[in-house]
Design a binder for this molecule. Sequence first.
Ligand SMILES: [Zn+2]
Ligand SMILES: [Zn+2]
Length: 145
Amino acid sequence: MTCDVCGHDLRSVPVPEPRATWQLPVKERWVCPWCHAWTERGHHPREVSRPQYRPVDMRWEWADSEELSEDVPHAYGHFGTTLCGIRHDGLTASPYLWDPGWAHACPACGEMAAVIDGRWPEDAQGEKRKRLRTTPPPGSAWPPF
Ligand SMILES: [Zn+2]
Ligand SMILES: [Zn+2]
């Protein structure tokens, strides 16, 4: 399956537990390793979610693990690492947003966030391209909708 934003191959990632009882459980999640756009499928076959573009200060979750110092907030990079590439067991996304504008935020994560932001194509008006809610690609388990 390819990314609807940039055309790179998507990677399946572990599904997070719902953080609140009112949240719908997610069955599958795919993330693009290039632009980090993500797509989720819920337990209902037609329940597909493709979050739109978000600016860098509203896009990333604060990485959480016992081994990371809270003094230097890192962004969670979706594939079991921080955005700047730190990997260890138990590294997850926290429920809190991460902001590269914080004075103490990890600078390497901030650079990577800016690089990934630049990978989102812009439309003719110079806005980041809106994501389409079209039929799923061939080979996926999704029914047409
Ligand atoms: Zn992509
Ligand atoms: Zn970092």
